[in-house]
Ligand binder design. Sequence first.
Ligand code: FAD
Length: 382
Amino acid sequence: MDFNLTEQQKMIQDTAKDLSLLELSSRAVDTDNTGLFPWDALRALAEADLMGMLLPPAYGGGGADLLSYVIAVEELAKGCTNTALVFVTHLAAAHGVLVGGSEELKKELLPVLAQGKRLAAWAATEANAGSNVLAVETSAKSDGNNYIVNGSKVYITSAEEAEYYVTVARTSPAPGPTGLSALLINKETAGFSTGRRFLRMGMNGTSSGELFFNDCKVDKKNLLGKEGGYMPVGMAMATIGLLGVAAIALGVSQASLDLCLKYGKERVINGQPLGNYQGVQFLVSEMSVAVDATRALLYSAAVAQQNPQPGLPIAAFKAKLFATETALQVTDKALQMHGGTGYTKELPLERYYRDVRGLTLHFSPTEPLKETLGKALMGLLP
Ligand SMILES: Cc1cc2nc3c(=O)[nH]c(=O)nc-3n(C[C@H](O)[C@H](O)[C@H](O)COP(=O)(O)OP(=O)(O)OC[C@H]3O[C@@H](n4cnc5c(N)ncnc54)[C@H](O)[C@@H]3O)c2cc1C
């Protein structure tokens, strides 16, 4: 498929491809096995000026468009899904500061985030509030020029390593979204601490953990958007997150298909290459159509979201839903086609399989995503 990429988009694609091959893929197995945070890979991304690729040049960013971003994430995910998810999270959180922060905050913080000198995270999920963000209990009570924040978060990517957390907190008991605000909280704030690090099925190097806020005094200058105005900031961040997660799923699906096409030619069964069997031809043709369809939907969503309409980022919702569910099927088929070898750690397939499993859960799981999309299509949303 030819997407008529511009020279700039092709350049970003080549940069990400080289990084993925040279810096990320060699470390991916270690990152998965040890669960250590992929700092070296992130430094390589910073040196290639990618950590602020979506931020405007005025704030030290690369000013790239969303299509360049998904293309870059797709390539990075082929090398290391953990690095790709930390990268996506960092850019999503930085975007929250861009759309909601004061000029002073943006000038102070965004160049630092763009250079990758500091890492940003997005802290929404709580023990009693996951897919339903409206159930967030972490409170931010007004106290003069400050908010006093109390509560906790779970499953936060880069929990220990980030310096800045775009945190969803309740600033009023008003029901619905008007009770919620986005606050930027620095890890040096007194009363802030990190807790458990969760051991998980996959995405082992993303440092999924707990955050605690115990009478954290947060200057009101760190409010992103208006008080009670979390939703516009949250939706802007979600757009970057959803497209990014979809791009990770696409990169993994493509990498799985590539391995299958190679294996189909190399593996001989009963005197014939595996790919000569019709059952296997069916498998790879299904995978190839799925990968192409994902790419077409995701790239068009990235173009559509470049000039977002008010309301929900529907195109990003659709791309995330399709890409992540499709990646589950593609990695499953790829593993099956590789027989016992696919189940070993000699190949990345079992890791891909475990990693993409988390993507249907993150940034809105499949079911609430479908429900919201369905309501939007039926005209049932306010
Ligand atoms: C890899 C990974 C990285 C993550 N990183 C972050 C991060 O950086 N920051 C952050 O804040 N969070 C993060 N999370 C948490 C993630 O966003 C939540 O897990 C997610 O929002 C779901 O919330 P929950 O786990 O509480 O599930 P729940 O909301 O309890 O849902 C449980 C089940 O119920 C289903 N369900 C929910 N609503 C409906 C409905 N209306 N109809 C039918 N079924 C429904 C869900 O689909 C799910 O299957 C991460 C999670 C993963 C897996």
